[in-house]
Unconditional design. Structure first.
Length: 473
């Protein structure tokens, strides 16, 4: 009977090994769920990032329709005003070879389908094509006014230009002029041609095209906002689940302290203390404990890394890697301005680089010039405020005259290096304004001083620097 009683008692008791297996299995399950939630968090973040980039690309494509329409207008107006063949050839190149408007519309439709923004852009393209009839008429009248003869035998042309001559005969020369316009003198015909591409009706049609494009861009923004809000809700849900898993994991550690004996008591006490302080745990002790600690550290490191990536993306310019406006605002307001030097840098005639070499070359030029600034100011805050304007902030300097001479030396080196053409990129120059902060300055006044100094350079020769204190009051 005693033996039976002992066996019965043994059956009712739960061994430490059993408890350890139960807690271990439970702990592993929670850790797997935590890793899954972290994966889901990373997936949602990448999805939002990819979505934002794709919609930005869609907006750029929509704006390309505006740029192409404006380009055709500029070429038509230039040809009507001057009779220069280059402008009508450019017009034909864009209309029948590049086909920027049609390609941009096809891209948006392939990505979004037949939605309102695409329909608005399609209407804009159709209106732009319709507007070409007025431009054809004006150019046809200009051909008569300037006595242009595009007979192929009279032109020793490049094959591309010969193709454009064929297009002129196909699309422009077939336009029938009114008897009233034919009867005008040459000068009157030139003025009448200009009137067709500068008149109120032409401008009204241009405004309607711009309105439709703006409506398309706004529609794209609305779609992005809707999708981002939806993804944000999903991201928030994943974060709630992740927090729940972390809390369950903490409870698991507490239960482990209660049921597991001396071998894990002290390490788990230390782990709970470090977790409460959001610190990493030391991987030591038994194998099962080390497994849990390593998993927690990995989860913690992943969370911190994701947060740092988000912060970096939010505060840095995607093209140059410099601080963007958000990053600029995050530290500029906290500086002691009486010990701060504000340097405002503007790339001279940057628009000409974009116009003459294309926006891709313009982006490469921005990267190159940003690298030059970083080379000579490696330890200072450098921000891209927007477009081709940069700010460099130096604080807590020792000797005003010494640093002023040092800045002049760096400015000269920067100008020398920027002036050298590199890998097909054009030379460039900077207009630089410098202002030393005082106790009476605030963030706006210090910026305005540097801005005034920079525009002092712009008003002189460009490619130079100016200190605000040297401006004659």
């Amino acid at each position: 009977m005693e033996k039976h009683s002992d066996n019965k008692k043994t059956k009712k008791s739960i061994s430490i090994k059993t408890v350890a297996w139960i807690l271990g299995g439970f702990g592993v399950s929670i850790l797997v769920m935590l890793v899954v939630s972290l994966y889901m968090l990373s997936f949602q973040f990448e999805r939002v990032q990819k979505m934002t980039q794709e919609y930005a690309s869609l907006k750029i494509s929509a704006m390309e329709v505006q740029d192409a329409s404006d380009y055709l207008t500029s070429q038509a107006r230039s040809y009507v005003a001057t009779g220069n063949d280059e402008f009508i050839f450019n017009y034909m190149e864009e209309s029948y070879t590049a086909k920027t408007r049609q390609n941009a519309l096809a891209y948006l439709e392939s990505k979004l389908g037949k939605v309102d923004p695409v329909n608005d852009l399609e209407k804009a393209v159709d209106s732009s094509v319709t507007l070409m009839n007025d431009e054809f008429y004006a150019m046809r009248l200009a051909i008569v006014a300037f006595d242009k003869d595009y007979s192929a035998e009279k032109y020793q042309l490049h094959p591309n230009d010969k193709r454009h001559v064929d297009e002129i005969f196909d699309y422009v020369m077939t336009v029938e002029l009114s008897a009233q316009d034919i009867a005008l003198s040459k000068d009157e015909q030139k003025n009448r041609a200009l009137g067709y591409v500068y008149g109120d009706d032409y401008q009204r049609q241009k405004s309607e095209i711009s309105g439709k494009i703006n409506s398309s861009v706004k529609g794209i923004d609305d779609l992005l906002e809707k999708n981002v809000l939806n993804s944000s809700e999903q991201l928030r849900a994943v974060l709630v689940v992740q927090q729940a898993f972390i809390m369950v994991l903490i409870v698991f550690f507490i239960l482990a302290i209660v049921f597991i004996r001396v071998g894990l008591t002290k390490p788990i006490d230390t782990a709970v203390e470090k977790i409460s302080k959001r610190e990493f745990l030391e991987s030591r002790g038994l194998r099962e404990y080390r497994y849990l600690v390593d998993a927690y550290n990995e989860a913690r490191a992943t969370t911190i890394n994701n947060a740092e990536k988000l912060t970096y993306i939010a505060e840095h310019d995607n093209l140059t890697g410099l601080y963007n406006r958000a990053g600029y605002d995050s530290f500029y307001n906290d500086l002691s301005l009486d010990r701060t030097i504000y340097i405002l840098v503007d790339i001279d005639d940057f628009k000409a680089i974009n116009d003459n070499y294309g926006h891709a070359a313009g982006d490469k030029a921005l990267k190159r010039l940003s690298n030059i600034l970083t080379k000579y100011f490696p330890n200072e805050y450098i921000c891209r405020l927007g477009g081709d304007e940069f700010a460099i902030l130096i604080f807590d300097y020792s000797n005003r005259e010494v640093i002023k001479q040092e800045l002049i030396r760096k400015f000269n080196k920067i100008e020398e290096e920027a002036a050298v053409e590199e890998k097909g990129l054009p030379s460039a120059s900077f207009s630089i304004g410098v202002a030393f902060g005082t106790k009476s300055d605030n963030t706006d006044s210090l910026y305005r001083k540097a801005d005034k100094a920079m525009y002092e350079v712009k008003g002189r020769t460009k490619s130079d620097y100016c200190f605000y204190e040297d401006i004659k009051k």
